[in-house]
Design a protein around this ligand. Structure first.
Ligand code: SF4
Ligand code: SF4
Length: 136
């Protein structure tokens, strides 16, 4: 395990009032293979490539996001929401060649504001300077 991953494990993510990854979302899949139950989201699902996915609002926000109060389905949020950590996403993204990083953003697979949140939160746990954070 590398040093950054060890630090992430020692410092559980506290999203607080941040909801960056729920905004302009490319869509949250309901993963039955990971015990997500689509019947919990009846009326709030679209289908992409035959897979259930949470609907999004006209502005791209997740259907369950209230920008003032956060996730309105927090207790039943699906697996991808429970397991997502923008700090790990940032580390994966920044390890790609620059052209590939730009292409991922351009194609909408990743969002710049989410990557920036991941970087900011990584910096806060690396503040002792023991590990250099890769530059984006
Ligand atoms: S962007 Fe990061 S800190 Fe913000 S809600 Fe998503 S996972 Fe949590
Ligand atoms: S279900 Fe909740 S945590 Fe998941 S993307 Fe929607 S608002 Fe965010």
């Amino acid at each position: 395990m590398d040093e950054v991953e060890a630090l992430i494990l020692m410092n559980p993510l506290d999203c607080g009032s941040c909801s960056n990854c729920c905004q302009s979302s490319p869509g949250i899949y309901i993963l039955e293979e990971l015990d997500d139950d689509p019947s919990l989201y009846e009326g709030y699902l679209d289908y992409k490539d035959g897979q259930p996915i949470l609907k999004t609002k006209a502005n791209g926000d997740c259907i369950f996001l209230d920008r003032e109060n956060g996730c309105t389905a927090y207790d039943i949020r699906p697996n991808p929401c429970r397991s997502y950590d923008c700090r790990r996403d940032y580390m994966k993204w920044v390890a790609e060649p620059r052209a590939e990083r730009r292409a991922l953003l351009k194609r909408g697979f990743l969002k710049k504001h989410v990557q920036q949140e991941g970087r900011k939160r990584l910096k806060s746990i690396l503040s002792d300077g023991s590990t250099a954070l890769p530059s984006d």
